[in-house]
Every structure is written in C-alpha cells, then in structure tokens.
Design a protein around this ligand. Structure first.
Ligand SMILES: Nc1nc2c(c(=O)[nH]1)N[C@H]1C(S)=C(S)[C@@H](COP(=O)(O)O)O[C@H]1N2
Ligand SMILES: [Mo]
Length: 379
C-alpha cells in the first residue's frame, strides 16, 4: 500500500495565497478587531466599573451605538477571519525546523491568535442568540480572550511588519500565462469583492437589530425592533425570571438617611417625568422607547440623600445576575434616570418590569433592572 504524500506549501498553487492578499484582508480584519476590542472594553467597564474610571452618563445613546458596533464588527470579522486563514493556510505546510526557535514560536503565536479569535467570535455570536451553553462566566472569559488576542496580534504584526510594508501598496499580479497550466479561479480583485461582499451581507442582515430602518432584513438578528409587548422586544420574560406580579400589599421602598415606602398609587401620584431612552442589550439589539416615571434624584432628595449617591437597585426577581444592580453617582444624579412606571404611553407590561423598573441613559440593557421594589443608598 502506498502511503499518502503529505502536501507541502508548494502543493497549493493558487496565486491568491499571496502576502499582498493577506495584507489587504488583514487590514480589513484588523479594523474590525480594533473596533470590536475598543467597544468591548467600554461595555466591560460599564458593567464592571473600576473606581478610578468615572464613566459619564451622556451622551444618552452612546452605548446603543458602541454595542451595536461591537456586535456588528464581531459578526463581520467572521468571514474576514475565514478569508484570512484561507489565504495563508499553505504556510502551515511549510517545513519547520524544530530547532529554529524564532519561527517555531511565531507559528505557536499564530495558533494562539487564530484559535483565540475563532473561540472569541464563536462564543460572542452564540451569546447574541441569548444562548449561554458554557460552564464558565461569559463576560469574564470573553474579556480575558480579548487580551490574549491583542497580545498575539501585536506579536504577529511585529513579526510580519517587513512583509506588510512590502505589500502595503498594490504589487504586480501574476499574468495568466506565468501561472502553472492547471491554475484556475478568481483574480485578486474577484476575491476581494467576494470577501467584502460576504462581510457586507452578514453586516446588513445583522445591523437592523439596532438600526430599525434595516429591521426588516435583519435575518441574522434574533430579536427585531418593534416585536414584543408594547412594541419593544423582551429579553427575559417575567415567567422565566420567576416573577408573577403584585398584590395589594406591594410596597416600593427607598432606604437612605430616611426610609420611605410607597404603594403603586402613591408612586403614580408623585411628579412624573419623561425620558426617551433606548434599551441597548449587550447582545446587540437595541430600541428607543418613551418612559415615564419618577426621577431617581427626586427620590434621593425625598429620603435626604445627595443626588450624587451610589444606589443599589433590588428586583423582586431573586438571585442570579439580574436580581440587583448598582447605579453609580453620575447615573443616579442624571435627570433622565427614572424609576419608570410607564412605557410608550401605558403602564409597564409585566414582561417589561411591572410595576417599576430602572431606565438610565448610556447603560447596557442588563443594568436596566426590571421589577424593582427597593432602592438602597450605598453609604
Ligand atoms: N430583573 C431583571 N431585570 C432585567 C432583566 C432580567 O432578566 N431580570 N434583563 C435585563 C436585560 S439583559 C435587558 S436587555 C433588559 C431588557 O428589557 P426589556 O425586556 O424590557 O426589553 O432588561 C434588563 N433587566
Ligand atoms: Mo440584555
């Protein structure tokens, strides 16, 4: 029996396995990675704010834009990564002398880079489907992988700098006559158009989840604008959260220097304010809505606390990620931040947090706590 012969780098004859192609697609992929990384850092720090980092509550719609870009750039990176790996994979079959430490390390760093990116994009994408099949905490893992990618990418760019420089500008393409007789297929321009087209297509069919005019073609978006109770999507229903509404004994309590309790009728009789603010989910979908309710700063004043107080928000939902959240000083003091009682002109639907929820500007949806029954001023 004849053993199959392993391919070598020379076995892959397409002229598209060329450093110029890798450079062009690498630039696109690099742009997507940088956007994804920066918007991801911002989202991470909004949810896990280090004490040295004051995050402003304005512009009110900023998070909607950054998180929309985060998910969009991540999804667009998928076809770009596939194209990039396809362009360079014959290099994997180049002979490697195990004694040559530099090249061995470089190949290892590429292994780390590609596998970390593939895993990062996969878990991110699966997360946008609101599916968390992992035994590990998603956000912390996603964050750690991001730094691994940035590190491996820096090594990769440093090693490849001479090659990138040499191919930054257009290089002559081989003429058809100069190629081996059996090569067929795309020209460089044809490949670039195909890859750019694929990236644009996945982008366009995703972006509608946060930019409503394109909502109708958002076939890759799990939640579409306008679909849900009161015309707003629901991320987790009351039933899923184990919350079943209220009875006559229900009270809303705010604990500060003083403590006050209110029935729902009493809350409705307090001065009401309106905020036009989006729900901007970390999973990428977002939608603006009209909220009415009581300013948190007014409630803080009523219990004798400063408007710039850190406030712990307690939901009727017990435990888990969502049971409590915290409003940093800047957000508690913002006049747009409400204990919302009404949405788009009517009482909150149970799935949107009836009888009361938090709505604040420039915040990830996950912190817009629903079914709120208690606020505590954090000393
Ligand atoms: N108590 C509680 N609040 C919650 C949630 C939840 O599951 N439980 N989901 C959060 C998430 S992830 C988002 S995106 C928003 C969605 O709000 P909506 O369902 O009213 O659109 O609510 C947030 N508030
Ligand atoms: Mo969310």
């Amino acid at each position: 029996m004849k053993l199959p012969v392993l391919p070598t780098e020379k076995s892959f004859q397409s002229p598209l396995h060329h450093p110029r192609v890798a450079t062009v697609i690498g630039r696109w992929l690099g742009t997507a990675v940088v956007i994804c990384f920066l918007t991801g850092l911002y989202s991470h720090f909004l949810q896990d704010t280090p004490s040295w980092l004051p995050i402003p509550s304005r512009p009110a719609h900023l998070y909607r834009v950054t998180q929309g870009l985060h998910v969009l750039s991540g999804i667009v990176a998928v076809p770009l990564l596939l194209a990039k790996v396809w362009t360079v994979y014959p290099k994997l079959f180049a002979k490697l002398n195990p004694k040559a430490i530099g090249p061995t390390l470089e190949r290892l760093s590429i292994l780390v880079l590609v596998s970390a990116m593939a895993l990062e994009l996969l878990i991110g994408f699966v997360n946008t489907l609101q599916w968390y099949p992992w035994p590990f905490p998603f956000r912390q893992t996603h964050y750690a992988l991001a730094w691994i990618i940035v590190g491996a990418l820096a090594v990769h760019l440093a090693v490849k700098l001479p090659l990138i420089r040499a191919n930054w500008r257009r290089t002559p393409e081989p003429t058809p006559e100069s190629l081996p007789a059996n090569t067929t297929g795309l020209t460089r321009r044809g490949l670039f158009r195909t890859v750019a087209g694929a990236a644009t297509l996945v982008g366009l069919t995703t972006v509608g989840q946060s930019a409503s005019p394109l909502g109708a073609i958002a076939v890759l978006a799990p939640r579409k604008p306008g679909i849900g109770p009161q015309g707003l999507p629901v991320n987790r229903t009351a039933e899923a959260a184990g919350v079943s509404g209220i009875d006559a004994t229900w009270r809303f309590t705010i604990a500060g220097p003083k403590q006050l309790s209110f029935t729902l009728d009493q809350l409705n009789a307090l001065p009401q304010h309106r905020s036009d603010l989006p729900i901007a989910c970390v999973e990428g979908w977002s939608q603006g809505a009209r909220w009415e309710g009581i300013r948190i700063r007014d409630l803080l004043q009523a219990v004798g606390a400063a408007p710039h107080s850190r406030v712990r928000v307690v939901s009727m939902e017990k435990g888990g990620f969502y049971g409590t959240s915290e409003l940093p000083e800047e957000f508690a003091a913002d006049p747009l931040t409400l204990l919302a009682l009404r949405l788009n002109g009517s009482e909150l639907a149970l799935d949107h947090g009836f009888p009361a929820r938090i709505i604040a500007p420039n915040r990830p949806g996950v912190l817009q706590t629903k079914w709120v029954h208690r606020l505590e001023v954090v000393a």
